[in-house]
Design a protein around this ligand. Sequence first.
Ligand SMILES: [Zn+2]
Length: 346
Amino acid sequence: MSHHPTPNGSIPPVTDPEPWRVLFIAGWGRSGSTLLTALLDQLPGAFGAGEVRSLWARGALASRRCGCGRPVPACPIWGPVLDRLADAPMAAAEVAAVQRSRLRSRHYPRAVVAALARRPPDEQIDRYVATYRRAYAAIADSTGASVIVDSSKHPLDLYYLARAGVPVRVVQLVRHPRAVAHSWSRPKPLNDGPDQADLKQFSPGASSTIWTLWNATMSVLVNPVVGAERSTVLRFEDFVVDPGGTLRSLARFAGLDPTAVRVSDGSVHLARNHLVAGNGNRFTQGTVSIDARDHSSALSPSGSLLATVPALPLLHRFGYAVRPGGTVPTTSAGTDPPSPGSPDGG
Ligand SMILES: [Zn+2]
């Protein structure tokens, strides 16, 4: 965590305009966001919503399965949320169309330039954000939660939400881009529908290009709007070394009770949840051990090179080794220097 909460575990002195706030997990996929969300979901006052961004396309339109196993429209949490969105400024089909046509990685360069030029968001983005915000309010109403954990990850969505004044705390979740690329190179079933159509994979070069683009967007666009006291960096490698300590730190950061975290060394308990979308791990229940192996050296030499080069400008910022086999220091990313000789988490 590069920005610690105030000492003694008190909640950061920032006020919110709503009785709820969003803990938004940002960062490229395959970095542990689904696991983190399922664990935070277990804290009193929190609701692990999963990838709220997918509520419309995958939930309302495609009727894919919620973490509870039911199709999203039939889920006792999400069904009422969708009902409340019936008169939202944007219908589900248009939300999905905007995400496809304006909010994908290929749209980032133009959007970042427009944002830095301080061009105001247009009417369509305004309605998209208003609809997204309505979903948060409906979730808070439906669940009684004061903290909604949204693992949607997309930095451009987060930027538009934050700029519109949606109360967010941001966790920028990172994992070594070679480990991420290795994970993307292997199929991972989604298990949330009858088909395997969305079983996406990315080449090492593509994965690391998006990793860099999204993390750079966080630095350039999101963090200046959100503010340092409302954002923190979390390395997945630090989480696997100390899951309990990391969760307590995140709980304090979000304004939740850190003493409610019950995690013993190396293993966590997963309960049934209502994560609306995310990877197939959200259907896992019971005690699971945390995989603390270092996957940053698991790619072939050429794959490793392709996964490293696009990320070179940012590796140092997160304390990551450039060469495979180099150690991944376990100190916090960002401001703290890596401590020499620390274990590599594997
Ligand atoms: Zn459900």
